[in-house]
Design a protein around this ligand. Structure first.
Ligand SMILES: NC(=O)c1ccc[n+]([C@@H]2O[C@H](COP(=O)([O-])OP(=O)(O)OC[C@H]3O[C@@H](n4cnc5c(N)ncnc54)[C@H](OP(=O)(O)O)[C@@H]3O)[C@@H](O)[C@H]2O)c1
Length: 264
């Protein structure tokens, strides 16, 4: 269906795959990220398949950039139907090894970036009488795992914001969905290794960004509160609520412990 969808963090990974998926099925996509060359590359991959795309370079930590993103979508395509708050990154490590500056950066991008993108879209959705905010959190935004505390905290924060907003907007035609991907094959793990200064052993199930993109596209077609692109992972969310001690033992299987230093 023809919608206009803005996506932050669309120069790579889940954001880029989602933009391509939506454009292929007829939506106009307005893509945003900091690296203009990568963003242009993503835009070309969409025009190559006949899709409609507008690239708006920007940083989710800047309120003005998010307001500019929404304004550009409306100017170019006449409306905005959905805002996908997807930009994010991670840092591994125990909390006493993460610097206050690193923690601040994680919060600025993952949480504040979500807040600023949603905040920029909302007045437009209210005036239009419809809209959809999609927040890309993580399964670690439902249940933390060892060595991922600071990152998981930002992912839980996104969920809190989204849950309140969803309840506030109940009964309106503005929807809020939270997406909980598991480990996904994107640039994410390389970026996280660079920020953390060490590599970890990959363990546990993985999925492709295309699987996450498909799940997001279905949620846009039929809005639901929560999206678990890897279905079994919903079980972890339930277990976390009813058996937290058991979850402590279970999540030790997926601990992101350092296995080797990497040069920064
Ligand atoms: N991959 C996983 O295992 C996994 C699992 C669960 C959840 N997630 C979540 O999924 C989302 C997307 O991650 P991904 O796996 O697709 O990672 P990715 O391949 O590293 O892509 C991250 C995207 O975010 C953009 N970005 C980063 N900081 C930004 C900023 N300040 N302003 C604007 N854009 C920014 C990057 O582009 P620029 O560098 O060009 O700005 C890039 O386009 C994140 O929120 C992540 O937490 C990922």
């Amino acid at each position: 269906m023809s919608r206009v969808v803005a996506i932050t963090g669309a120069s790579a990974g889940i954001g880029r795959a989602t933009a391509l998926h939506l454009a292929r099925s007829g939506s106009a996509v307005v893509i945003c990220a900091r690296r203009p060359d990568k963003l242009e590359e993503a835009a070309r991959s969409i025009t190559d398949v006949g899709g409609r795309v507008l690239a708006v370079p920007g940083d989710v930590t800047r309120a003005h950039d998010m307001e500019r993103l929404v304004a550009a979508a409306v100017t170019q395509f006449g409306r905005l139907d959905a805002m996908i708050c997807n930009a994010g990154f991670g840092i591994y490590g125990e909390i006493d090894r993460i610097t206050p500056a690193q923690m601040q950066q994680l919060m600025d991008v993952n949480f504040n970036g979500t807040f600023l993108a949603a905040r920029a879209a909302l007045p437009h959705f209210r005036a239009q009488g419809s809209g959809h905010i999609i927040v890309v959190s993580s399964i670690v935004g439902r249940r933390g795992i060892p060595f991922m505390g600071p990152y998981a905290a930002t992912k839980f924060a996104q969920v809190g914001l989204a849950e309140c907003l969803r309840a506030e907007l109940h009964g309106s035609n503005i929807h809020v969905s939270v997406v909980y991907p598991i480990s996904t094959e994107t640039e994410f793990h390389g970026v996280m290794m660079d920020h953390s200064g060490f590599a970890t052993r990959a363990s546990g199930p993985r999925q492709s960004p295309e699987v996450v993109a498909g799940a997001i596209a279905r949620a846009i077609d039929r809005p639901v509160p929560e999206v678990y692109p890897y279905r079994l992972s919903k079980g972890l969310a339930v277990l976390a609520a009813i058996a937290p001690g058991f979850c402590d033992r279970l999540t030790n299987r997926w601990r992101r412990e350092p296995v080797r230093e990497v040069r920064r």
